[in-house]
Design a protein around this ligand. Structure first.
Ligand SMILES: Nc1ncnc2c1ncn2[C@@H]1O[C@H](COP(=O)(O)OP(=O)(O)OP(=O)(O)O)[C@@H](O)[C@H]1O
Ligand code: SF4
Ligand SMILES: [Mg+2]
Length: 378
């Protein structure tokens, strides 16, 4: 059984007189013990809200609706009361946030913030806690840790603060670490050091890591399994190698195509995904990516595309996926995720024709996709 099983999480922010925001619309993924799993997608696709929902850290504002399950080691985190959730948080699951300055208390020295975690979750006090705190800072590469323990967050550089946060996160030896864009605020050399540090920590301690990022370079260097999010849903899940070699979902194809490459020829242009993340079709009306998708066919609109489990273990939510090249295609007939007929564009359940980019339905979309419907006012 997976260490964390996230099932159909949805988060809606509704405000009187305003459009409801379906920030997360049925996200499912799983994390095995010791595994490094990526959640990747453009800004606004619901990465942070998903992780905050799992951790029970969403702002308790009126109109907030959270559904689904996040089963950690047999316990649904979404059903826990605040106290039990606080106990698990820190002891079994820790989180590293994007902005270290706003995650650290500015008026408390770093040392006290680290020892507080050690006291709360590992029962350490006094000199024992102080010694362990210094050892932790040393482990995350903070030089002169005894002196640094007495300093306040503003006295540390951005990279040092992020290291201090990582030290706090690993202080209680969590079984699962969720890192939400832990390096976005840092310059590239520090980024590389922090990523190496996280890799070492998970390897040495067997901690599972959920790496949230919009940076495909980060997932390529770290993650074994990758979940690609679009419009609040996971649209493709695959192991790293097949995902980068042969992406199936057109959004994943677009993401990879828009990354600058060192081996690109002189004058070669980037290939961005047309439109913006705001051009979203509500999932209830079809594929959310349809307004931007170059492989769109008629079957993409009307019903949300079902999740298809392919022969190689990956899954994608698309009726007309990018074809696999050459010989591999014979084995590519998608099988349904839940013993239902596989969803294909022509409705026959047959896989697309080998080695061609013609839509599986053989029937291109006949007209423009309808504009997203206005949300009902709550
Ligand atoms: N408290 C809130 N109230 C209303 N809407 C919110 C709230 N928090 C997030 N949202 C909306 O939910 C959607 C998903 O936001 P989220 O922060 O999860 O995106 P993200 O994928 O983490 O993006 P980024 O890469 O920019 O961090 C966005 O449209 C955002 O505006
Ligand atoms: S082909 Fe259709 S279902 Fe697949 S991503 Fe494009 S619009 Fe969505
Ligand atoms: Mg975010």
């Amino acid at each position: 059984m997976a260490l964390l099983e996230v099932e159909d999480i949805s988060v809606t922010f509704a405000r009187r007189g305003q459009r409801a925001v379906h920030a997360v619309d049925g996200v499912s993924f799983s994390v095995d013990a010791g595994e490094v799993v990526g959640l990747v997608g453009e800004s606004g696709c619901g990465k942070s809200v998903t992780s905050l929902a799992i951790m029970g850290l969403l702002p308790k504002q009126p109109g907030l609706r959270v559904g689904g399950k996040a089963v950690f080691d047999g316990t649904d985190l979404l059903q826990l009361d605040d106290r039990s959730r606080r106990d698990i948080r820190g002891r079994d699951i820790a989180m590293i946030f994007q902005d270290p300055l706003s995650s650290l208390n500015p008026v408390i020295p770093i040392g006290l913030q680290v020892t507080e975690v050690l006291t709360r979750h590992r029962g350490m006090k006094g000199d024992v806690a102080a010694k362990e705190a210094a050892a932790l800072l040393d482990r995350v590469g903070i030089p002169d840790p005894k002196r640094r323990l007495k300093e306040y967050p503003h006295q540390l550089s951005g990279g040092m603060r992020q290291r201090a946060l990582i030290a706090m996160a690993v202080a209680c030896q969590p079984r699962l670490l969720i890192a939400d864009e832990p390096t976005t605020a840092l310059d590239v050399t520090i980024q590389a050091q922090i990523l190496e540090l996280l890799k070492d920590l998970v390897r040495d301690s067997g901690t599972a890591l959920v790496m949230i990022t919009h940076d495909l370079g980060v997932v390529a260097g770290m993650c074994e399994t990758i979940n690609v999010l679009y419009g609040g849903r996971v649209v493709e899940t695959a192991r790293r190698r097949p995902l980068f070699r042969e992406p199936r979902h057109p959004y994943t194809v677009g993401l990879l195509g828009s990354v600058p490459r060192l081996d690109a020829g002189r004058g070669e242009r980037l290939n961005p995904i047309p439109g913006s993340v705001r051009d979203l079709l509500p999932w209830q009306e079809g594929c959310a990516f349809a307004p931007r998708c170059t492989r769109r066919v008629d079957a993409c609109v009307g019903e949300p595309p079902e999740l298809v489990l392919a022969h190689d273990g990956r899954s994608y939510r698309c009726v007309n996926p990018a074809p696999l090249p050459g010989l591999a295609r014979a084995a590519d007939a998608p099988v349904p995720a839940k013993s239902e007929p596989a969803a294909t564009a022509d409705g026959t359940g047959q896989a697309a024709e080998a080695g061609t980019d013609v839509p599986a339905a053989g029937k291109p979309a006949s007209g423009p996709v309808p504009a997203p419907r206005e949300e009902e006012k709550p």
